[in-house]
Design a protein around this ligand. Structure first.
Ligand SMILES: Nc1ncnc2c1ncn2[C@@H]1O[C@H](COP(=O)(O)OP(=O)(O)OP(=O)(O)O)[C@@H](O)[C@H]1O
Ligand SMILES: [Mg+2]
Length: 512
């Protein structure tokens, strides 16, 4: 501490100054009694105290001014923090990039106390910058294009560096353009980066108090622009998602329309095809009746072929129609009590000609129990017919087909009672029907696609069996509509077993 400082400290207002005054007053008292030295000492001491008080006042004033400046700086930092915090909520709440950019330029203006601020993005393969959002003086310039090589923002983008310009008019990096207001004097730009790539710049112009921009301002604008890039990515992602959703919804509507058209087309076509086909089959059958008696051997053969192929075609059309009904959700089951024995017997009879053509034998093994079930008898017949005809189709001549049916409790899937819950397995009384053949079998890798629409294990043109690959897919749908389940086991080259399970009491209906 200097001697002046020591003096100031000694004579600052307080107990020491008080002590000095006391000494002075004692000196005066003693001076009256003894000598004039006391008077001189008293005067000097009082003067010293007076100087100290003056000096102390000046120091206090200085300290108050410093304190006020510190409080003002703290208030400014608080404001900045508040505004940056607001930026966080803006980033989370905005729904489009346009909205985000507009909010951010406004915020940048408030944060840096400027007459204008702007966000510019690189466009036209990097040749121009588009002023996508502007506030204050720059608002009117929104959507303007600035050349990258003759603008402050362009310099920032090209050099990936922040800049401060205290006199934009004379700055060689800048070229006054008519799109921007002419009264821009001081400017500052920071790069905007997305995933490490410069995509534009954030700029602020003319501080309201006329001061030049400093490094603190650059740091603030830099913090702001980092957040903007994150927000832009998020907003762009949101916009992409919404656009995709809209496109998907549009495609969905189109799909529904096309599906409806397809259903109508199929319904009309199958009606148009079935009518003449029924006539062909009906008249062929009539001619084949022994009473008609007009056919020789060859004519009978030809006619039988016509009727057989006609029936095949009719079956095919019916399958396609059933499938389109299922896909349109219009397939319903008409439940009645039916004796499964009768259905089995009927299907075995219907497929006799297939087996007899290949000299295949059939065995039926049905347990003692009652096999009365609640089901749609047409669909049950269809399931049995397709499995029995597959067994014959894919079994060579002289092979065997055996069917067995028993009643047994089985764990079956029961639909969930409330939305969002999973279906659970419940043990129910059921019939288990299996159809085994000694046929060609199925490779393990082909088992997974058996019940898919149009899937045939061997779909090559060289395959010998007729068919479209719809039968098993339909069987699966029909079985599941009854609350049952279907499956298969096979040994390639050693035959196959197809089985299905139907609950005795039919499907469980959901209330409502
Ligand atoms: N018992 C079986 N033995 C061997 N392969 C079989 C057997 N049953 C079905 N497949 C295979 O599964 C495929 C699908 O059978 P599916 O009944 O769905 O169609 P399809 O019989 O070819 O034609 P569709 O039944 O529509 O007339 C068959 O093409 C066949 O390759
Ligand atoms: Mg089939």
């Amino acid at each position: 501490m200097s001697p002046r400082g020591v003096l100031a400290w000694l004579y600052r207002p307080g107990p020491i100054t008080g002590l000095a005054l006391l000494v002075g007053w004692f000196a005066i008292y003693f001076s009256y009694r003894d000598s004039w030295t006391g008077v001189a000492l008293a005067l000097a001491t009082t003067l010293g105290a007076y100087v100290a008080i003056k000096r102390g006042r000046a120091l206090g004033q200085l300290r108050r001014t410093k304190m006020a400046a510190a409080i003002a700086a703290a208030a400014a930092r608080n404001r900045e923090l508040d505004l940056l915090r607001r930026l966080g909520s803006i980033l989370l709440s905005v729904r489009s990039s346009k909205e985000l950019l507009d909010e951010v330029v406004q915020l940048a203006g408030n944060l840096l106390q400027t007459q204008g601020s702007a966000i510019l993005l690189v466009v036209e393969e990097g040749r121009f910058l588009k002023l996508v959002a502007g506030s204050g003086l720059l608002r009117a310039a929104t959507d303007s294009l600035l050349p990258v090589d003759r603008s402050l923002a362009g310099w920032t983008v090209q050099n990936d560096q922040s800049l401060i310009s205290d006199d934009m008019g004379k700055d060689p990096r800048n070229f006054p353009v008519e799109m921007l207001p002419s009264n821009l004097e001081r400017g500052m730009c920071v790069p905007l980066r997305s995933s490490g790539v410069v995509i534009g710049a954030a700029c602020a112009y003319n501080r309201i108090d006329g001061r030049p921009f400093d490094e603190h301002d650059v740091a603030l604008l830099g913090a702001l622009s980092e957040q903007v890039a994150v927000g832009l990515d998020r907003a762009t992602m949101l916009e992409d998602t919404r656009r995709n959703e809209r496109e998907l919804a549009e495609k969905n509507r189109e799909l529904v329309r096309v599906t409806k058209l397809k259903d109508e087309f199929l319904a009309n076509m199958s009606h148009e095809l079935r009518t003449p086909l029924n006539a062909i089959i009906g008249f062929s059958d009539l001619l084949l009746m022994p009473e008609s008696g007009v056919l020789d051997e060859q004519q009978r053969d030809f006619l039988e072929s016509i009727a057989r192929n006609g029936r095949h075609l009719l079956g095919l059309i019916n399958n396609v129609l059933d499938l389109s009904k299922i896909e349109a959700g219009r397939m319903t089951v008409h439940l009645t009590r039916l004796d499964l024995r009768d259905a089995i017997q009927g299907a075995v009879t219907d497929t006799t000609s297939l087996r007899s053509a290949k000299r295949q034998s059939v065995s039926i093994e049905v347990g003692e129990d009652l096999l009365i079930i609640v089901a749609d008898h047409i669909r049950v017949r269809q399931i049995l017919f397709n499995l029995l005809s597959n067994a014959s189709k894919f079994t060579p001549e002289d092979g065997t087909v055996s069917l067995s049916a028993i009643r047994t409790p089985v764990p079956l899937p029961v639909p969930a009672e409330r939305a969002g819950e999973k279906s659970r397995l419940v043990s129910r009384d059921a019939v288990w029907v299996s159809i085994r053949d000694s046929g060609i079998g199925i490779r393990p890798e082909d088992m997974g696609k058996l019940f898919q629409v149009f899937s045939q294990v061997d779909s090559s043109a060289s395959r010998q069996q007729q068919g479209t690959g719809l039968g098993l897919a339909l069987c699966k749908q029909f079985v599941e509509m009854h609350g049952g389940t279907i499956g298969a086991e096979s040994i390639f080259g050693g035959g196959s077993t197809f089985w299905f399970i139907l609950p005795i009491e039919g499907p469980i209906r959901q209330p409502g």
